[in-house]
Design a protein around this ligand. Structure first.
Ligand SMILES: *Cc1c(COP(=O)(O)O)cnc(C)c1O
Length: 362
């Protein structure tokens, strides 16, 4: 007898839609009548071609992308992108603007530093422990790109609107909120996301890149570190992360066919996060850590009256079937990660648990 599934609030790897997991289970031994598992078919076969092409087409449909955008799958997580971006887009005289809104932005900036590339940190929210999204940012006019982190998984903040960077393309780390809302892709030269938050299993990073960015990219790099290698080979220069791409395809299909597209997903996400923030605002026991206008719809970070109570809360929650509520080890506190796959039922159950915990420990 297997243990019942828990209410999973993990930050990443994170909960996937149950239907997707069930579909994987059903077709795992015999994918598409191939007589093989998806983990056994050749990536050069029509079976896998169909999968990767379907994933690309679904991503483009969901974001209304025309053919100047390429959807790529690259290994090495979002973290490799932190290095590939300056390598590909900055030559000696170039510079880039970075906005520092937390741990992941800081890591992205650090890779530009390691590579000795010119870069400006044009805004930062470090002065108040990254609890807000900077406004009225002054960008340089000669930057090749502006780098942003749309959702700060650890600090619980999110860009609700993207700044006007004029002609300068935005490159955005959307690891923890890609496909959580519609996007005006005209602003972006490239977006990327490690899959394990909102897309599928870890091991794959989705990169959506505009043709003019590819055109200006540095070609004098090792094959595996150049975007053009991936765009010219449909992400199959070498063996791609097949299982990851397959799962991403199923998640995108779920978004299109079950959720009904990104407008609906966004409305659902607003409703879910709204319930949680409203509940916390209604009393003083739980305190959201992010500034109100910057609060993330994906990662709800909060504190209890004491660290001892936080410890007890996480432990009691686990006993009651709620996992993943401990804050990131670097910041402490608590965090409920409520990506696309988190259900309203799980949010309601969590709030009920929070109510009874607060009552017992006042
Ligand atoms: C998780 C995360 C990363 C790191 O992703 P990896 O795939 O582990 O490299 C980067 N940026 C953001 C915003 C994240 O949430």
């Amino acid at each position: 007898m297997t243990q019942q599934r828990i209410y999973n609030f993990n930050a990443g790897p994170a909960a996937l839609p149950l239907q997707v997991l069930q579909e994987i289970q059903t077709s795992f031994l015999n994918f598409d009548n191939s007589g093989m598992s998806i983990t056994e078919v050749s990536h050069r076969s029509s079976y896998f071609d169909n999968v990767i092409n379907d994933a690309v087409e679904r991503a483009k449909r969901l974001l209304n992308l025309d053919d100047k955008f390429h959807v790529l799958f690259i290994q090495g997580g979002a973290s490799l992108q932190f290095a590939m971006i300056p390598m590909n887009f900055l030559s000696n005289d170039d510079t880039a603007d970075y906005v520092n809104t937390g741990t992941w932005s800081t890591k992205a900036i650090n890779e530009a530093k390691i590579l000795n590339k010119n870069h400006n940190v044009v805004a930062s929210s470090e002065d108040r422990d990254f609890s807000y999204i900077p406004k009225d940012i002054q960008f340089s006019d000669n930057a090749k790109f502006v780098h942003l982190t749309s959702n700060n998984t650890i600090k619980g903040t999110q860009f609700h609107d993207f700044p006007d960077t004029k002609e300068v393309p935005i490159i955005c780390d959307m690891s923890s909120d890609i496909f959580s809302r519609p996007l005006d892709m005209e602003k972006f030269g490239m977006i990327y996301a490690g899959a394990q938050k909102n897309l599928g299993p870890s091991g794959t990073c989705m990169v959506i890149i505009r043709q003019d960015m590819l055109d200006m990219a540095n070609e004098n790099l090792p094959s595996m570190l150049k975007y053009s290698t991936y765009s010219s080979k449909n992400s199959m220069y070498n063996t791609p992360p097949c299982f990851g791409i397959y799962t991403i395809d199923l998640v995108l299909k779920w978004i299109e066919e079950e959720m009904g597209g990104l407008e609906k997903v966004e409305a659902y996400n607003k409703q879910k996060a709204g319930l949680l923030y409203d509940y916390m605002n209604s009393g003083s026991f739980y305190r959201a850590t992010a500034q109100k206008d910057s609060q993330s719809l994906m990662n709800v970070t909060f504190r209890l009256p004491s660290e001892d109570l936080e410890k007890l809360f996480v432990a009691k929650a686990m006993e009651n079937g709620f996992g993943g509520l401990k804050g990131h080890r670097s910041v402490g506190g608590c965090r409920a990660s409520i990506y696309n796959a988190a259900t309203m039922e799980s949010i309601n159950a969590l709030i009920k648990f929070m109510e009874s915990f607060a009552k017992e420990n006042k």
